[in-house]
Design a binder for this molecule. Structure first.
Ligand code: URA
Length: 434
């Protein structure tokens, strides 16, 4: 077998065999195939697509490319949640303590972020003392003792995905349905999950820009689940505006704390409930969505979810006094209002642009060695569909980079499109696919 014939086959729109896919994944991960040949194959896949069979084979080859986590000693049902990415996404930090407070074990590894803001692990690290880098034994011990642990992976899980994803990022090949589906699913399978719920984002701040493509991606992941004997459910959610109001690591933690106390922005609540319902049903704890909704509501209202989050923070070394009193978090040096340039109804928010602003004012990293500023970010003040007048405050920039304030204000102003028309309220949760 040789890589040139595999590239030629995909270039000519033919289906690759399981052996050919395994050969590519193994040899590329081990450094025996150079980036230019891998790039040619990935581009051919991007342009010519993959069958469901090929996508499942790519998923399993990537899942098998490194270490695997075995969580069966914790429970037979290992549930994991994944988001295909967006701006202001703090859902894991809110949802997972809620789920754990209902007695379902949560053993979750989350990534650090490249791009808009940090990943869940970076966000949690903005709580003073919180350790995300626990060894696997401590991770499992915490789940046994308190029912939850949220860490970043220090295992070599799906290294093929890491390498292929980094390559895709540099050659304009991220937004491909088979490549995203196999990337997400390989990580979840390597992390030991057998029931997976995906927050599949769709809109101008997501990889999938429209409902048609999001639905295709959902169906592909569900199919991979069938072929690999994992139960997969996808909740398609709108990413046409940032999730909630806060964008940026510490700002999102504060919003998550408020949400766990029961003060959830409407869009956050919709997403948390839709994902939570599917998890409770998959875990066999609720018969249907209505029953699940009731359970979620009770555990939030009686503060059990909030208490579980505090228990998690304490267990992982975090200073719980910050959770009880969020005014203890040190704020960024410059907090500048952004005012509207025009009056009207907010018809569109360029979510990706908001994400990019958050990143360059300090909340994200462009290379993996960049340092994140936990205090930096944006607080949205006006959301889609709201009526605004010229001069109203639409957002606040939080940064320690004075040199970036002016550019950030201008970019946020340009991200808001208003019109004299009326905008119908749309739902954040678009569809649930199983
Ligand atoms: N999220 C992932 O984990 N992988 C992708 O390819 C895209 C989004």
């Amino acid at each position: 077998m040789d890589i040139v014939s595999i590239i030629e086959k995909k270039r000519d729109k033919k289906e690759l065999s399981k052996e050919e896919i395994e050969f590519f994944v193994k040899e590329y991960t081990e450094g025996n195939i150079p980036d230019y040949q891998a790039a040619a194959l990935i581009m051919a896949i991007y342009l010519n697509d993959m069958s469901k069979e090929e996508t499942a084979n790519l998923t399993m080859a990537m899942a098998d490319s490194g270490e695997k986590l075995d969580l069966r000693d914790i429970s037979d049902i290992i549930i994991d949640k994944h988001s295909t990415g967006g701006v202001g996404d703090k859902i894991t930090i809110i949802l997972m303590p809620i789920i754990a407070s209902l007695g379902i074990p949560v053993a979750k590894m989350s990534g650090r972020g490249l791009g808009f803001t940090g990943g869940t692990a970076d966000k949690l690290e903005s709580i003073p003392g919180y350790r995300v880098d626990l060894a696997i034994d401590e991770f499992k011990k915490n789940v046994s003792e308190i029912g939850i642990s949220l860490i970043t992976s220090n295992l070599n899980l799906a290294p093929a995905d890491k390498k292929i994803y980094a390559l895709r990022d540099t050659i304009g090949c991220v937004s491909s349905i088979p490549l995203i589906a196999s990337s997400v699913m390989s990580k979840k399978i390597a992390a030991g999950a057998n029931k997976i719920v995906i927050d599949l984002t769709c809109g101008n701040g997501a990889f999938m820009k429209n409902k048609h493509d999001a639905t295709e991606l959902a169906k592909t992941m569900i199919k991979i689940g069938d072929k690999t004997k994992k139960e997969v459910r996808c909740v398609i959610t709108s990413m046409d505006e940032p999730v909630g109001y806060a964008v940026g690591n510490q700002l999102e933690i504060i919003e998550a704390i408020e949400a766990l106390k029961g003060n959830m922005p409407k869009d956050v609540e919709e997403i948390v409930f839709a994902l939570g319902e599917q998890i409770l049903i998959m875990a066999g704890r609720a018969k249907n969505e209505d029953e699940a909704t009731g359970m979620l509501r009770v555990t939030i209202e009686n503060q059990k979810a909030f208490e579980k989050f505090k228990e998690l923070v304490a267990k992982q070394g975090g200073d719980v006094s910050y959770i009880d009193d969020v005014t203890k978090f040190r704020q960024a040096q410059f907090i500048e209002p952004v005012t509207a340039k025009k009056s009207g109804t907010i018809m569109e928010i360029d979510t990706e642009k908001i994400g990019k602003v958050a990143s360059y004012i300090g909340a994200g990293r462009l290379t993996k060695d960049d340092k994140i500023d936990p205090e930096a970010g944006i607080v949205i003040n006006k959301k889609l569909g709201e009526q605004i007048k010229k001069g109203d405050i639409i957002a606040y920039v939080h940064t320690n980079r004075k040199d970036k304030v002016e550019e950030a204000i201008k970019d946020i102003q340009e991200s808001y499109i208003t019109s004299s028309l009326f905008k119908k309220n749309t739902k954040t949760v678009i569809e649930v696919l199983k």
